[in-house]
Design a protein around this ligand. Sequence first.
Ligand SMILES: [Zn+2]
Ligand SMILES: [Zn+2]
Length: 206
Amino acid sequence: MTDAWNERLRLIRFRRKREHSTFREELRILPKWLVWVCVVKTTLAIIIGVAINLHNFKTGGPIFPDESLRNDPGASCAALFGVILAAAFVISVFILTLGYVYRDAKRRGMNGALWMLLVLILSPAYLFIGLIIYLLIREPLPFTCPQCSATISARFNFCPNCKYNLHPSCPQCQREISDSDKFCPYCATQLKPAASTEVASGSTSA
Ligand SMILES: [Zn+2]
Ligand SMILES: [Zn+2]
């Protein structure tokens, strides 16, 4: 239990250190078709809503927002347009969030469908708590080995291709250090500058 927790925290630290993608870059993983679904859905909702409203002006049916605008179809339709746009925006953000979680979880080697479902279930009642939980505990992205450029999982301690030590630790206190550290940030032990591949055994979780 403690080991699993430590491993989890280690992965979170690891992710914070390496992942600096912008919001814009993150948006790129959204499926294009899903974005189009949102655009089309919003457009259709506005067209249908306004058309029904105009139709009711002619036939004397109920109009938006109420009878006080009976003599002002322009204002009525503009107000309706705004309300539908706002609602469609909120729904679109929700749909795109689910799409993002699905894609992002998959590229991190996690269960995309399961996480999407969790966010879906938790979101309406608890706002975006499902998304926040997801963002906090998602796995780090696979990355490229600094030595041989092979793609490797963040869970690995050594590169399976070239044996590069991916999680060097301090030989004195065994805590995790980074490749570029000259001294251990925890106990000030001097770390051999050119020997990052052989510092310690990589048993950081023990
Ligand atoms: Zn390698
Ligand atoms: Zn140390």
